[in-house]
Write a protein that binds this ligand. Structure first.
Ligand SMILES: C[S@@+](CC[C@H](N)C(=O)[O-])C[C@H]1O[C@@H](n2cnc3c(N)ncnc32)[C@H](O)[C@@H]1O
Length: 279
């Protein structure tokens, strides 16, 4: 019997703009799933490794590739205005907006898909993304930057969840700290699901990981889908941080680590979670 030739879907050069939030979510989820699988296959020694990687690449192309993923992200970003939160925090209670004549704050924006922060006159922003969508956004992998502890602020919104491994996510957090001057601030935004639906990570264990890396919580908020953290880079070494004691409450009302918030057992949180590797 004659077999019908399977026709591959044509891949548009520029994917159409995405208007449905549901569709955008599907694209983002599929993209992350394919990237994670490709990462696992790459580091395996499976005999069919090459064929599997090619299949994953085809699937990625068929969904529109990174371009479609970024269009989907553009739609999502309109529902969690991180830049507005960042500027409001800096200029509000934190009182860090420079006065007239003072130099702008130095900012590293990782995973930038719009120019909202770049357009703020009192910020001197270096915006990077793996795939730049704008001439003012540098096409650069965060992991290829040489940290020099030079930034007042690092902003990372919905980026850490794109990194496929716990080790990579941990390295990203540690890397953010290395780019900050002592006392600088990390604005970290991630899907709430990462902290509520994981079998390995809770809000508390996440905060404890941040604390162990050297971040102190200055402010945080949650929407039904998104968790926002403003974290200060402290010089404290991991051994200096006692988690679980009231002594960790800060002047700003923040806490150093999760244990302080909920009396979480340090023992339970030791070892690997989605953002850390075993100590
Ligand atoms: C889900 S989008 C989020 C974009 C935007 N910041 C927001 O809040 O919606 C994640 C972005 O991070 C970028 N990204 C992921 N890993 C990165 C890395 N290692 N270095 C630079 N950008 C990265 C992706 O290319 C993508 O544009």
């Amino acid at each position: 019997m004659k077999r019908k030739a399977t026709k591959r879907k044509p891949i548009p050069l520029v994917p159409p703009a995405i208007r449905s939030r549901k569709k955008a979510r599907q694209i983002v989820t599929t993209f992350h799933k394919l990237e994670k699988e490709a990462d696992e296959v790459s580091s395996s020694t499976a005999p069919d490794k090459q064929a599997r990687l090619e299949r994953l690449e085809r699937e990625l192309d068929e969904m529109g590739g990174r371009q479609a993923y970024q269009s989907a992200s553009l739609l999502s970003v309109s529902f969690h205005n991180t830049s507005k939160w960042v500027t409001k925090q800096l200029a509000g209670k934190m009182g860090l907006r420079p006065a007239n004549g003072e130099p702008p704050l130095r900012v590293l924006e990782v995973g930038a898909i719009n120019t909202r922060l770049l357009d703020v006159p009192w910020l001197d922003v270096r915006a990077i993304d793996l795939k730049s969508q704008h001439p003012r956004i540098e096409e650069r992998d965060f992991f290829s930057l040489e940290p020099a502890g030079e930034y007042d602020v690092v902003s990372s919104s919905m980026v850490i969840n794109c990194v496929p491994t716990a080790k990579g996510r941990h390295e990203m957090l540690v890397g953010y700290r290395s780019h900050l001057r002592n006392g600088g601030h990390l604005f970290l935004v991630l899907p709430l699901l990462c902290l509520t639906k994981s079998t390995r990570t809770t809000r508390e264990s996440f905060l404890e990981t941040l604390s162990r890396i050297g971040f102190m919580v200055v402010a945080k908020k949650e929407t039904p889908k998104v968790a926002f953290f403003c974290l200060r880079n402290t010089r404290l070494e991991a051994r200096d941080v006692q988690v679980g004691g009231s002594s960790l409450a800060t002047k700003e009302g923040g806490t150093r680590g999760a244990g302080a918030a909920k009396g979480t057992s340090r023992k339970r949180n030791r070892g690997a979670n989605d953002f850390a590797v075993s100590p």
